[in-house]
Design a protein around this ligand. Structure first.
Ligand SMILES: Nc1ncnc2c1ncn2[C@@H]1O[C@H](COP(=O)(O)OP(=O)(O)O)[C@@H](O)[C@H]1O
Ligand SMILES: CCCC(=O)OP(=O)(O)O
Length: 354
């Protein structure tokens, strides 16, 4: 029997779980308010806070970590790489610590995994399907400015896990399917999956695509440049407008779709318009990914926390159902996906070298 700890640090939460082989032993989501994280200047200043909280919870649960076989962290903004499970080595560790491609809480995942595993005999540290998994087709990389090519930055871990779950449920292999998958969480990524590869995606962190509960998505580049230089905002303030305070948060002061739905039910017309607009932009992005796949897809899959929202799901279905079958997998499978990735390697699959 293998015991595995999954660690998934997000911008507003730290999620972790312990599995014994395929069996879930415990799962926690600790939410971090803006106030909780305010004392920390940089992402890595949060390291001890998040790790200690997690270890305290596990201690309270009576979980013995001394017999862990693996710790698998969600990572991270490292160099673009192919989908798979990577052993945390010095180079990977150094790129995670340097936030090589961008600052994102998932950079903490691989580092926490490494530092827990190194103190336990025979325990290995991995990351799996990090957010920089890059399988883009060449044509999708070209933007209108050679200096700023399009990049692959999306919720690769959940996309791949849900794609495989759908494949298993339909008796197919992921490598034989064409899918459009929309991950609808605090951040939103919509991607075209062609026979096991993600050949195109929006940039779900601070780039192009639909706005999300806390991210601005595509905005008028010229007006953004003007805003950057008019002297009213610092660089950090503008970045915060794009990630953290953008999207639903900017319009409504809330990123919680459940609370926004309550406002709509109470007659708030502005909240109604803004939530429709988010769903509309997701629908448009799905439409463009359908075009990437020549309209010929097995399914469009909606997943993530917002796939629990009837309001959003119904809106997107109205836009898309005439073009493709729409399937809903509410929530995300990241914790299980991390643990099962580690388990596959412990059972003999080769991990990749970063
Ligand atoms: N039952 C629900 N109905 C509507 N929205 C929901 C529901 N459950 C979660 N959500 C929304 O999902 C979003 C969070 O999604 P999640 O995938 O958990 O995000 P992340 O992991 O990126 O923080 C929040 O806006 C939350 O309000
Ligand atoms: C789109 C890159 C990954 C990401 O932003 O993840 P979260 O939405 O979980 O922060």
């Amino acid at each position: 029997m293998y015991k595995i700890l999954s660690v998934n640090p997000g911008s507003t939460s730290t999620k972790f779980a312990v599995y014994e082989d395929e069996t879930l032993v415990c799962l926690h989501t600790i939410r971090h308010s803006v106030q909780d994280l305010k004392p920390f200047k940089t992402l890595f200043d949060q390291y001890e806070f998040r790790k200690t909280l997690m270890l305290d919870y596990l201690k309270n649960d009576g979980i013995d970590l001394s017999d862990l076989s693996a710790v698998v962290g969600r990572g991270g903004m490292v160099r673009p790489l192919e989908s798979g499970v990577y052993a945390v080595n010095d180079k990977l560790l150094s790129d995670l610590k340097a936030s090589h491609s961008a600052e994102h809480a998932s950079n903490l995942g691989g580092v926490i995994a490494f530092e827990i595993a190194e103190n336990i005999p025979n325990c290995q540290a991995f990351i799996a399907d990090p957010v920089v998994v890059d399988e883009l087709q060449d044509v999708a990389r070209v933007s209108g400015l050679p200096e700023i090519p399009r990049i692959s930055m999306f919720h690769a871990l959940n996309h791949k896990a849900i794609a495989r779950k759908y494949a298993a449920a339909t008796g197919m292999s992921y490598e034989n399917l064409k899918l459009v998958i929309a991950h609808l969480g605090g951040g939103i990524s919509v991607a075209a999956h062609s026979y096991g590869k993600v050949i195109d995606t929006n940039q779900g962190l601070d780039g192009y695509g639909p706005f999300s509960p806390e991210r601005a998505g595509t905005i008028d580049a010229g007006r953004l440049v003007d805003m950057c230089f008019e002297g009213k905002y610092t660089q950090a303030q503008i970045k915060k407008m794009l990630v953290g305070n953008g999207g639903l948060m900017a319009h409504l002061g809330l990123s919680d779709v459940q609370k926004i739905e309550l406002k709509i039910k109470a007659g708030d017309e502005n909240a109604d318009l803004i939530l429709q607009a988010m769903a509309y932009n997701v629908g448009k992005e799905i439409g463009s990914m359908l075009a990437v796949l020549s309209g010929n897809v097995d399914a469009v899959i909606l997943t993530g926390g917002i796939a629990r929202s009837k309001f959003v799901v119904d809106y997107i279905k109205d836009m898309i159902s005439a073009m493709a079958k729409v399937v809903v997998y509410p929530g995300e499978d990241e914790m299980e996906a991390l643990a099962m990735s580690g388990l596959r390697v412990l059972r003999g699959e080769k991990s990749k070298v970063y």
